[in-house]
Design a protein around this ligand. Structure first.
Ligand code: IPD
Length: 314
């Protein structure tokens, strides 16, 4: 991927500290609009504005019968006309509000910018729920710096807006996570056998076989399992205390950029396996001690092993 251009804050050079804090260049005059918190606040306001606008479009514009516009990884991995319209609205709005920023969207790919900030956008997370008229779908909008992949980025601000549920999660780096203005704190972890565990599945048969094997091993060891159908909402439910734990293989940057910040700003952990960051190989979220336990179990189960071709399984 191309090298990011230098980060600027309010038009001035800025640096990203090792702790992820953003500092404007010391030789530049500083003002409130250039402080790290001001940048986070500005990006968060934009994320929420954009997510709410797209959410309105998606919810109010939903026809009684939603058609499939295209398919992606398999015949059941669908794109609706509204996924495309929502992302188009997000891109046009961001181009007006933050013209120098890059955008990485689920449907439209990567468009380069010059500011160092990249918007990572899922125009409808939970597309299959949207297709069927189930309310668990959301628009997810996050602002990141660094290469826009989970292993290298620093997420500064994010909003997950679920219009049909009437719920909006927001988080700013270092400034907390909120559901509709109420500050969130991940609930203390119960023992694993009392944990309500969320998960999700990919769209390809080989991946689902592997995910079913892992799930079959975990299910007897937890309170119960939920498959809500929208990864961003799953993660936000962990931050809200409605799920104790969540894991999924196959998440893309737009599935988790905003929601992972909601979890960590609520005091939770979001991790991959074998010391790696959360990402496509595995994402595990929850209270830190329980995440460590589930990570160990998933490693033991080789939950990140290459998928076997269906024909080889018999
Ligand atoms: C999907 C949902 C689903 C998860 C899949 C994602 P999409 O996103 O988040 O819950 O299990 O891995 O791809 O396709 O609805 O944007």
């Amino acid at each position: 991927m191309a090298r990011q251009r230098p980060l600027t804050v309010a038009g001035r050079p800025a640096t990203l500290g090792e702790d992820g804090g953003v500092t404007s260049s010391p030789e530049q005059p500083s003002d409130a609009s250039a402080s790290p918190h001001a940048l986070v606040a500005e990006l968060l306001a934009v994320a929420e504005q954009v997510a709410r606008a797209a959410g309105r479009l998606v919810q109010e514009g939903r026809p009684d019968v939603v058609g499939v516009a295209a398919t992606k990884s398999s015949a059941v991995d669908v794109v609706t006309a509204m996924d495309l319209a929502s992302e188009d609205l997000v891109r046009r709005t961001l181009a007006r509000l933050r013209p120098d920023d890059a955008i990485l969207g689920e449907e439209g790919g990567h468009v380069a910018g010059t500011s160092g900030v990249t918007w990572v956008v899922d125009p409808i997370d939970g597309t299959v729920n949207y297709l069927y008229g189930l309310p668990a779908y959301a628009v997810s909008v996050a602002a990141v710096v660094g290469e826009p992949t989970p292993a290298t980025w620093t997420v500064l601000a994010g909003c997950v807006h679920a219009p049909a549920a009437g719920e909006t999660w927001t988080a700013g780096r270092g400034t907390g996570a909120y559901l509709d203005g109420r500050r969130l704190a991940v609930t203390p972890a119960p023992s694993l056998d009392r944990c309500l565990l969320g998960t999700g599945f990919g769209y390809v048969a080989e991946r689902r076989r592997a995910q079913a094997r892992v799930l079959a091993a975990l299910l007897p060891q937890v309170r119960d399992v939920r498959r809500i159908g929208a990864a961003a909402i799953d993660l936000c439910q962990v931050a809200t205390g409605r799920l104790d734990l969540y894991y999924e293989r196959g998440l893309q940057p737009w599935d988790l950029a905003a929601a992972a910040l909601v979890v960590t700003e609520a005091g939770g952990a979001v991790s991959g396996l074998r010391g790696r960051a959360a990402g496509p190989d595995m994402t595990v979220a929850g209270a830190p001690e329980r995440v460590a336990q589930l990570v160990a179990m998933l490693e033991e189960l080789d939950a990140d092993a290459p998928d076997a071709p269906v024909a080889d399984i018999g």
